[in-house]
Design a protein around this ligand. Structure first.
Ligand SMILES: [Zn+2]
Length: 305
């Protein structure tokens, strides 16, 4: 019997079917596995990256905090050093001042200049000119009509005019305060002695303080003005100072030591030092544009002889 060369078609299909199924089964298993593996890979990689960047961030934060703390410590140390230096300087200055004052108190007169020949024999006149060439005669002259304004002694007429001036300024919202007014011959003597001792020489003291018997404050017609804690050089930059340059003459006051007049007045410019000369003279000086008493009254000035 002859073997058939080909199997019938239905038999072929029957045999091939399991082969196809197997192939599909592999695909069915492989594809999801691949997908799951890929997803897992992505998830794990992402997680690892996130963990790494998180820990890096924490480390960076720690580093920044450490730097910040170091910087704060440096600033604190600097501040402490500055405070220590300031305290030491203040203690030294206080000690020096106390020693100089002690010396001045224990040392009898002798550091002050010998009694000069003084020619201001009418010191009670409200237009008396006192400067480094013209001193009080008698040298320890004192006014007899002192009153008190804001706790400072001043001659009656000058005090009442100053009060009117201050009221007018206050009405415009400008408060003016006093830092010094009348100073007696004895006050000036001890002040001058103090500066001679502190500076080691009369020449050095002369640049800071008037010699006793030469200070215009002894007239009882002079005030040093301030605004709160703004005094001396600071006063010249205040609205109060500007107001005074416009209105002080109406109350009889002049700025006694103007800018650029040192060779005439003998004193460096002082925006805070105001002298009462009476309303008529103050207004006339202003009208004529004459800035110094020396020029107005034709009296010599400048430095000590
Ligand atoms: Zn003064």
């Amino acid at each position: 019997m002859e073997e058939p060369t080909e199997r019938p078609v239905n038999q072929v299909n029957k045999i091939k079917k399991p082969h196809f199924l197997r192939r599909h089964l592999i695909l069915v298993i492989c594809i999801p596995t691949l997908i799951i593996a890929s997803v897992l890979f992505v998830v794990i990689t992402d997680h690892r990256e996130r963990v790494t960047s998180e820990s890096r961030k924490v480390a960076l934060q720690k580093e920044l905090t450490a730097i910040d703390e170091r910087a704060k410590a440096v600033v604190k140390e600097k501040k402490l050093a500055a405070q220590r230096a300031e305290a030491e300087a203040r203690a030294k200055a206080e000690k020096d001042a106390a020693e100089a004052k002690k010396k001045a108190a224990t040392k009898p007169a002798g550091t002050a200049p010998a009694t000069p020949k003084c020619d201001v024999t009418n010191p009670s006149s409200i237009t008396a000119v006192l400067n480094k060439k013209h001193c009080f005669s008698p040298i320890d002259w004192a006014p007899t009509d002192l009153v008190t304004i804001k706790g400072y002694p001043l001659r009656r007429e000058a005090a009442s005019q100053l009060q009117a001036l201050m009221n007018a300024a206050q009405a415009e919202g400008l408060q003016i305060d006093i830092s010094s007014a009348y100073r007696s011959y004895a006050d000036q003597q001890s002040t001058y002695r103090y500066w001679v001792n502190a500076n080691g020489s009369q020449a050095a003291a002369d640049t800071i303080s008037a010699r006793p018997g030469y200070s215009e404050h002894q007239t009882g017609l002079v005030v040093d003005l301030k605004v709160g804690s703004c005094y001396l050089e600071c006063f010249g930059s205040t609205a109060q100072y500007t107001w005074l340059t416009q209105h002080a003459a109406d109350y009889g006051f002049i700025r006694r030591y103007p800018d650029g007049m040192t060779s005439i007045t003998g004193y460096s410019p002082e925006s805070w030092h105001w002298r009462y000369v009476g309303v008529a003279v103050a207004k006339d000086m202003k009208a004529k544009g004459v800035e110094t008493m020396e020029k107005y009254f034709g009296i010599s000035g400048g430095d000590y002889q």
